[in-house]
Design a protein around this ligand. Structure first.
Ligand code: ADP
Length: 166
């Protein structure tokens, strides 16, 4: 079975991530979305929340499984028996970062190949961090995330507002 790993923070999963996962799921027999538990980023959602949001949003993709992991992505790929790692590539800065990561990952696990899917035009500008900022400022984000993620963001932000006025 050809297994591929699509790792990331997914804080939260956006339509850009979903687009990459949907396309990658057609290329491999099984695609594992790996939710990195401890990225060096300020997270809005817990590991469990990110996992559940990604699971709900991909329930229609029958060969996609969502799992969380910590430690090296290359070790997680080895544990899964994944020979390919999938990443999404937006314009500009993604290339530099992915290139450096790919070089390091090759040293860590020479058997793992990287497949980068170009972001679709409508999601080139979309990142989880920009999304969270726009959502916090009350901007319209409903075409940028799956419906369950939209609901979770609204709930999280209303809690933040509630806590800040307490
Ligand atoms: P990381 O924390 O590893 O950057 P992210 O959750 O931000 O993880 O993204 C996971 C992967 O999805 C990365 O390869 C990233 O480049 C890709 N990605 C993020 N947003 C988009 C998008 N809008 N379109 C295509 N790929 C994307």
């Amino acid at each position: 079975m050809t297994i591929a790993l699509y790792p990331g923070s997914f804080d939260p999963l956006t339509n850009g991530h979903l687009d990459v996962a949907t396309r990658a799921a057609k290329l491999f027999e099984k695609l594992v979305i790996g939710i990195y538990a401890t990225p060096s980023k300020n997270l809005m959602f817990s590991t469990q929340e990110r996992l559940e949001l990604a699971r709900e949003a991909t329930v229609h993709l029958h060969n996609v499984e969502v799992m969380s992991f910590s430690g090296l992505t290359t070790d997680f790929a080895r544990e899964l028996g994944a020979k390919t790692m999938v990443r999404g590539m937006r314009t500009g800065s993604d290339f530099e970062r992915e290139f450096d990561l790919a070089m390091m990952n090759k040293r860590l696990n020479p058997d793992l190949e990287l497949v980068c899917l170009m972001a679709s035009q409508e999601y080139q500008f979309l990142s989880s961090s920009i999304l969270k900022e726009v959502a916090r400022l009350g901007g319209k984000i409903d075409n940028l995330v799956p419906p369950n993620v939209l609901r979770a963001l609204q709930k999280k932000l209303s809690l933040e507002t509630f806590n800040s006025v307490k």
